[in-house]
Design a protein around this ligand. Structure first.
Ligand SMILES: Nc1nc2c(c(=O)[nH]1)N[C@H]1C(S)=C(S)[C@@H](COP(=O)(O)OP(=O)(O)OC[C@H]3O[C@@H](n4cnc5c(=O)[nH]c(N)nc54)[C@H](O)[C@@H]3O)O[C@H]1N2
Ligand SMILES: Nc1nc2c(c(=O)[nH]1)N[C@H]1C(S)=C(S)[C@@H](COP(=O)(O)OP(=O)(O)OC[C@H]3O[C@@H](n4cnc5c(=O)[nH]c(N)nc54)[C@H](O)[C@@H]3O)O[C@H]1N2
Ligand code: SF4
Ligand SMILES: [Mo]
Length: 735
């Protein structure tokens, strides 16, 4: 007969008192898990499957979800440690109102009334458009749908946009122009089938870690790899050809590669003839971009450009992948078009193992840009200025067409209008602009000018610290809903635990505000599932058509790829099969695009190029990951990457304190001397706030087509700061 578990008294009698201690939860503490919830990582657009472990109604760990086909149990450090934010002592548990220099608690009902009264007072005095709404792309499809509808029908403002405006809108704009649809052309299962992978402006290993595995699987089959980046990133170290481009010159480089491809006879004339328009104009343009003519501009020898073209021509199946490195530019849209021109001119799309994708950034970077929280868009990725689209959505919402406002300002333009006093009230959720918008000093000035600022967040972000009212939101694992991954695969996020304290889900908060605005009938829902049912119908017939997607189908198939117009449709993993594109004539468009210099130039005073981006252990503005101990241990502060040659010129040793200045501001940080960056360029990750914020240095220069900021090019000056009287000897390491 089993005698275990022994009582503390038995143990003490048998082994002496020092062995009598039993750990809380018993000796089987590790395996005592109440449930495992199959869901997705809350961070990047890879949307890896994870199992969250729940004990006593708290998320206490993760396990791999081996069956989920995208990542098959693999996770990056952020996915493994994300659970540590759940019970963090900084979680916001009550509504807060500004009171003196700090905040005081407020009951929900009163907080909600204050939001309504204060925003309405501004609107009564200054018009509907004097209040703006900012959303984000870490929120579910359901919430993204609600944010757009809430702004337009609840507050009646035209100014609603989201943080994805800082992310991949340049790619989205170019994709729509070229293909008539804004989504990765291929499922990731196509990557291992390719013969050449061409990666540009994407630090795959640190920022879309699971994609690395797909590329390696192609490498195992003998596929070649070309990487374009000013830095020799981890994935670049494994490349057959690495092109260390000068920041801001990719358009010239891609035009030169296409030039070489044309001269090598690599154009697929039959594909161009049958499935595209615009090739002749592009041909005329790229003929002026001989590799020998652009090598000085792009900083890469002509022979290497020819080599890239040769590898492209020789490979029967190619996959071109890019991310923000070519998109965060004042010519981001045109640069993306220069990549698409290469793909289309050579007919390398719409087949297994052959295609193109801009790798999505945020968790729901794809879905959150389809359901109408963008300033120029209605649900289903419809165009807010298209009379037919407006009528369709007005009928669906049961309002007059005139009630739907027209195009509003983009997220950075909203900040400009706040600074100018034109917008006086702001409701923001899932956005930390003080850390993430360019020119942080300008953003701070703007936030201080608001008459009323309402922030919904689960932590008191740097931006929320400027709010008049802070409403405590819920983490991804405290809500349910759907997200759409980088592949265009619609996935189910499951609730693991309830929100803590008085925290509420974003849709509950917006619903309660809407009710007091007299718009509860349109905007108050009882569950995410109910919102999905409406979103799905709203999207029907649009380009981003979710009409045939149900939560049950998602579960049964590990996700459904949109477009999926009806329930008997299998979904669309691969777009453009048979060369059919989404423009009315079915053809893709090539666009002639010309190189132009970045908005800012290096000068005698600011002689060095600065580019900014990410490290593997931190996520975006860092509100979440800077609170996760093991991730902070991996890297606790930003460092400026600098080439040994430049460092020697400036008298900067590895680890030395350095002052970095641009025309906007100055920050001080430690140098990381690395041979993996161009000698004319430095790199700073942007995840830290205040005195460490890279965005103190960046500029308010935008791409005219998409509104994306030029995060990837600024001109700066570097100076060593003498510490303890010894230049270049890092503090703490001096003998
Ligand atoms: N660890 C981690 N992962 C993330 C995120 C995160 O914050 N942390 N964020 C997610 C989000 S929202 C996004 S948008 C993605 C971003 O993913 P990525 O775009 O891959 O990341 P970035 O670091 O912004 O920039 C990518 C690369 O562009 C290079 N680059 C800079 N300037 C240029 C240029 O002019 N031309 C070219 N060709 N390359 C250039 C940089 O050196 C860098 O290696 O990552 C997602 N994944
Ligand atoms: N210099 C420089 N700047 C950049 C970039 C760069 O490469 N260089 N990259 C840009 C890019 S690609 C991006 S995507 C942006 C991102 O910039 P942000 O959107 O500002 O970054 P996040 O950290 O995602 O901010 C989201 C905030 O919302 C909260 N939050 C997260 N999920 C939810 C939710 O579900 N509900 C609510 N209510 N709140 C939530 C978080 O706690 C956080 O405070 O930064 C951009 N800024
Ligand atoms: S951060 Fe991205 S790659 Fe890492 S586990 Fe999460 S979804 Fe996967
Ligand atoms: Mo992003």
């Amino acid at each position: 007969m089993a005698t275990l578990p022994a009582s503390p008294e038995d143990l003490a009698a048998r082994h002496g008192p020092h062995l009598a201690w039993e750990p809380p939860g018993g000796f089987a503490a590790r395996s005592h898990i109440d449930r495992r919830v199959e869901t997705h990582c809350c961070f990047c657009g890879q949307q890896c499957g994870v199992k969250l472990l729940v004990r006593d109604e708290q998320v206490v760990g993760v396990e791999p979800w081996e069956e989920f086909p995208f990542n098959r149990g693999k996770l990056c450090p952020k996915g493994v440690k994300r659970y540590l934010q759940n019970n963090h002592p900084d979680r916001l548990l009550h509504p807060l109102v500004r009171s003196g220099d700090g905040f005081a608690r407020l009951p929900w009902d009163e907080a909600t009334w204050q939001v309504v009264e204060r925003l309405q007072r501004i609107q009564d005095r200054h018009g509907k458009d004097s209040v703006a709404v900012l959303g984000g792309a870490s929120i579910s499809n359901e919430r993204a749908y609600l944010v757009g509808k809430f702004a337009r029908l609840g507050l009646g403002t035209r100014h609603v946009d989201y943080n994805g405006r800082l992310c991949m809108v340049a790619a989205g704009t170019a994709n729509k122009k070229a293909f008539g649809i804004d989504r990765a052309a291929n499922p990731w299962a196509d990557i291992p089938l390719a013969d050449l992978i061409f990666v540009t402006g994407s630090n795959v290993s640190e920022c879309s870690p699971i994609t690395t595995d797909y590329i390696w699987r192609a490498r195992d089959r003998g596929a070649k790899l070309v990487v374009v980046d000013p830095r020799l990133t981890p994935i670049a170290r494994t490349a057959d050809l690495f092109l260390p481009v000068r920041p801001g010159t990719d358009l010239a480089l891609m035009n030169a590669i296409l030039h070489a491809v044309v001269r090598l006879g690599g154009v697929d004339e039959s594909f161009v003839e049958r499935h595209t328009t615009g090739f002749d104009e592009v041909l005329a343009t790229v003929m002026r971009y001989a590799p020998e003519d652009v090598e000085r501009t792009v900083g890469i020898p002509a022979a290497r450009i020819w080599e890239a073209a040769r590898l492209w021509v020789q490979a029967p199946r190619t996959m071109l992948l890019h991310a923000r490195g070519i998109e965060h530019h004042s010519k981001g849209t045109d640069t993306v078009l220069s990549c698409i021109n290469l793909v289309l001119a050579t007919g390398r799309i719409g087949r297994p193992g052959c295609g193109y994708a801009s790798i999505t950034g945020q968790g729901n970077g794809q879905g959150a840009r389809e359901h109408g929280q963008r300033c120029n868009q209605l649900p289903g990725a419809r165009d807010i200025e298209n009379p037919e689209h407006r009528r369709h959505i007005a009928d669906f919402w049961g309002v007059a067409e005139q009630e739907i406002p027209h195009t509003g300002a983009t997220a950075p333009q909203i900040m400009e209008k706040i600074h100018a006093g034109e917008i006086r009230g702001l409701l923001s959720l899932c956005f930390n602009p003080l850390v993430s918008l360019p020119d942080a000093n300008f953003t701070r000035e703007a936030l201080e000018r608001l008459d009323c600022f309402v922030a919904i967040d689960f932590f008191l972000s740097e931006t929320a610290q400027h709010a008049d009212l802070v409403l405590p939101g819920a983490l991804q694992e405290e809500d349910e809903g759907t997200v759409t991954s980088t592949e265009g695969r619609v996935l189910r996020v499951r609730q693991a635990v309830a929100p803590p304290g008085e925290a509420r889900r974003d849709w509950e908060i917006l619903g309660a505000i809407a009710e007091r605005l007299g718009r509860g009938d349109k905007l108050k829902f009882s569950s995410s599932r109910e919102i999905f049912a409406e979103l799905r119908e709203a999207s029907r017939g649009g380009i981003a058509d979710y009409g045939g997607i149900t939560w049950e189908r998602i579960e049964a198939q590990y996700g459904v790829f949109w477009p999926c117009p009806n329930e008997s449709h299998a979904g669309t993993p691969r777009l453009f099969e048979g060369g059919r594109f989404y423009h009315p004539d079915g053809r893709a468009r090539l666009h002639p695009v010309e190189h132009r210099p970045p908005a800012e130039q290096v000068s005698a005073e600011y002689p060095i190029w600065l580019t900014t981006g990410r490290v593997v252990s931190q996520f975006l503005s860092g509100t979440q990951t800077r609170r996760i101990g093991p991730l902070v241990e991996l890297q606790d502060r930003p460092r400026v990457e600098i080439h040994p040659r430049l460092a020697a010129q400036l008298g900067i040793a590895d680890g030395a304190r350095v002052r970095v200045s641009s025309r906007r501001g100055t920050i001080e940080l430690d140098a990381q001397v690395v041979a993996t960056i161009r000698p004319d360029t430095v790199f700073i990750p942007y995840h830290w706030p205040g005195a460490l914020a890279a965005n103190q240095l960046t500029q308010r220069a935008y791409d005219p087509d998409s509104g994306i900021p030029e995060f990837k090019v600024s001109a700066v000056r570097l100076e060593a700061i003498a510490t303890r009287g010894v230049v270049g000897v890092p503090a703490g390491r001096a003998a």
